[in-house]
Write a new protein. Structure first.
Length: 494
């Protein structure tokens, strides 16, 4: 039955479709195929979530080789939750991608972009589903290499610099991860994550195990752009094609935060990670720095994409903070924010993408008064912007509410202050954009609407859907909060 093959189909489907895009060599057909594959993949992830809610966990032995001898795919509630997020974001990004990609990428390279996009999706889904440590490294590299390719395909020459910078940092991160996996294999003689966890439980703590732990944290910290290992992110988000920025912001860092959670709770165990190594204090310091530093630098930028890039650093800090609190409520808040921020940031990036497409600029100073000519785009931007700030009746408010509750429960008042301060800072940098677009009079340098371009109606449709999601999850929280609560409970009490 197809249901029994769903874990592997999540990975095989986009992997098989990627070379088809290259063979088709046609920009519209490549887009249509990529969108179709992402829709099917979304259906598969929804089916897996329903199956996991009934069966609790699903394991799939590749080639019939039972773990730990063979590669195992492991699907639990956390895995299914992340698969649904990544596939949902992918569909919404691709839906409005066609006109934008044709504007940002040379026509003879568009089919290559969709090939790289599908390989990137393959890597991300593989990272989420695999239960094998070396296989995890392989999928991380598939996702990373395809990301470098997508960023470099932009018309802006600075995209090559951004891709190269990301390549350098990504290679360093991957090397740390590979060394960590190698050290763990030397100690335990296995690569299966479940078996590794069991072996580590029965093995006395040694310098080799601690070194492997540190190396993995550094490697994942670079991949997830956790402060201060975030230096590749601002340029990658700013100079890459707009659809690439949107997709990376909605998926990549979230997937690596997932890897961090899986590593802490399913491999080493949170008792070792937090109490033996006192790792949570480092995470708290990193989260605080990210929230304040990212928000401060976002205020200073003129580029819309760069503002959102530095904002992402701050939002990653929120996710890390929830993990660092070492409580069920804190972990739940982190999981809730992974979902909420994915849709918030994709909504903001898609709105900025529409602005850049229509006005050929992302400079705030050149957007004076243009909300009068594009009221629809800016109305949808405001919805996602309010959600990022944490206004009531938006999904961002739910994230910050639970983070504040978790901080109070753990008796860390300082983090409540940091969250409130960063929210005020978000009001400033989002408010600057709104003030310029709505209230500043047009000037000579004000950008004008490019009437020669087709209106990206599918992009507008994606924006409407995401705006609805941002409001829906701010009012009806039974899906995201209840699911995150179940996952956190299982991980803490495992």
């Amino acid at each position: 039955m197809i249901i029994s093959q769903l874990p592997v189909l999540q990975v095989i489907l986009p992997l098989a479709a990627a070379p088809l895009c290259a063979i088709l060599h046609h920009r519209i057909l490549a887009w249509a195929l990529t969108l179709l594959v992402s829709l099917i993949s979304l259906c598969f992830s929804y089916m897996l979530l329903n199956q996991v809610l009934i069966e609790d966990t699903i394991t799939y032995a590749m080639g019939g080789w039972v773990a730990p001898w063979g590669i195992e795919y492991y699907i639990d509630k956390l895995t299914a939750y992340m698969l649904l997020i990544v596939n949902g974001i992918t569909v919404l990004v691709l839906l409005g991608a066609r006109e934008i990609v044709e504007s940002d990428i040379a026509s003879d390279r568009i089919y290559l972009f969709y090939t790289a996009f599908l390989l990137n999706l393959t890597g991300l889904l593989g990272v989420i589903t695999t239960g094998d440590a070396f296989n995890l490294f392989v999928f991380i590299e598939i996702a990373s290499l395809s990301s470098y390719a997508m960023i470099s395909l932009g018309r802006d020459k600075r995209s090559l610099y951004a891709a190269f910078k990301y390549l350098i940092f990504g290679t360093v991160g991957a090397s740390f991860i590979l060394i960590s996996v190698g050290l763990l294999y030397v100690v335990t003689g296995t690569l299966n994550i479940a078996d590794l966890s069991q072996q580590l439980t029965n093995t006395e703590n040694t310098p080799t195990i601690t070194t492997a732990f540190v190396f993995f944290i550094i490697g994942i910290g670079i991949k997830a752009a956790i402060f201060p290992l975030h230096l590749w992110l601002p340029d990658a988000y700013t100079y890459s094609p707009s659809i690439v920025s949107t997709f990376l912001a909605g998926t990549t860092t979230k997937v690596f935060i997932y890897v961090l959670i899986r590593f802490i709770y399913s491999l080493y165990g949170y008792e070792f990670s937090f109490f033996t190594e006192s790792f949570h204090y480092l995470l708290m310091l990193s989260a605080s720095g990210a929230i304040l530093y990212g928000s401060y630098l976002a205020i200073k930028q003129d580029s819309l994409k760069r503002i959102l890039a530095y904002s992402s650093i701050a939002q990653i800090g929120y996710m890390v903070l929830g993990i660092a609190l070492i409580t069920e409520l804190g972990l739940m808040a982190s999981l809730v924010h992974i979902l909420n921020h994915a849709f918030i940031k994709v909504g903001l990036f898609l709105a900025v993408t529409a602005i850049i497409y229509s006005y050929n600029t992302d400079s705030i100073e050149k957007l004076a008064g243009i909300a009068k000519t594009s009221p629809f785009i800016f109305a949808l931007f405001i919805i996602s912007g309010l959600s990022l700030i944490g206004a009531p009746l938006t999904s961002g408010f739910i994230s910050k509410w639970y983070l504040i509750k978790a901080s109070l429960e753990a008796d860390y008042w300082i983090f409540v202050s940091i969250i409130v301060i960063s929210s005020v800072m978000a009001i400033i940098y989002i408010g600057r954009i709104i003030e310029t677009a709505y209230f500043k009079p047009s000037a000579k340098q004000t950008a004008t609407l490019d009437l020669d371009k087709k209106r990206p109606y599918l992009l507008f449709l994606s924006l409407v859907v995401i705006s609805f999601i941002n409001i829906y999850f701010g009012i009806e929280t039974s899906l995201n909060v209840d699911m995150a609560s179940q996952i956190a409970n299982e991980l803490i009490n495992k």
